[in-house]
Ligand binder design. Structure first.
Ligand SMILES: [Cu+2]
Length: 179
């Protein structure tokens, strides 16, 4: 019994000595590295810093902004919100020098868009999300909550569900900031 153990030990030593001829140092850290890779490839896209402003009494809609970080180019193709919060949610783009094709009923500036010059906005089917960091922020792309069920107040908790072409669905919490 003892002799077998010694022989096995010798065999293991011989094997590892052999292996270290080829791959000089660390066969161990190679497998650790591939674990890390497979973990990160299952979550290449993250959504952070999701926020909106408090709304005055009677406001019908408001904009929500997010920051998206992704290692692979993607597209934001849809957004949805609980009916408790708003009747619907849309992907929007802010444009300056409103064209003639402006949205119906876009007269009010009660929605958080800056009243600086002539700004308008329109619904889009898709918001491009190139690799890197994409910020949906005031004056650019945003998410619009249409038909607010109630005014938004600081500390409210609400969720949005974002649909990405490649990364799938993300449900995120929206922070309501003081306007
Ligand atoms: Cu909008």
């Amino acid at each position: 019994m003892y002799r077998i153990a010694v022989l096995l030990t010798a065999a293991v030593l011989a094997f590892s000595a052999c292996a270290s001829d080829d791959d000089s140092t660390d066969a161990g850290s190679t497998s650790t590295g591939s674990d890390t890779t497979s973990e990160s490839s299952s979550d290449t896209l993250t959504v952070d810093d999701v926020w909106t402003r408090t709304t005055p009494e009677g406001a019908e809609r408001t904009a929500v902004y997010v920051t998206i970080a992704t290692t692979e180019a993607d597209e934001l193709t849809g957004v949805s919100v609980s009916a408790d919060v708003a009747a619907s949610a849309e992907l929007h783009e802010t444009v300056t020098d409103a064209g003639d094709e402006g949205m119906e009923g876009n007269g009010g500036m009660d929605n958080g868009h800056a009243g600086d010059g002539v700004m308008s906005m329109r619904a889009v089917d898709v918001i491009p999300v190139p690799a890197g960091t994409t910020m949906l922020e005031p004056g650019g792309y945003h998410i619009m909550l249409m038909g607010l069920a109630a005014p938004l107040t600081a500390g409210d908790s609400l969720e949005l569900t974002l649909d990405f072409e490649n990364a799938g669905t993300r449900t995120v919490d929206v922070e309501v900031r003081e306007a």
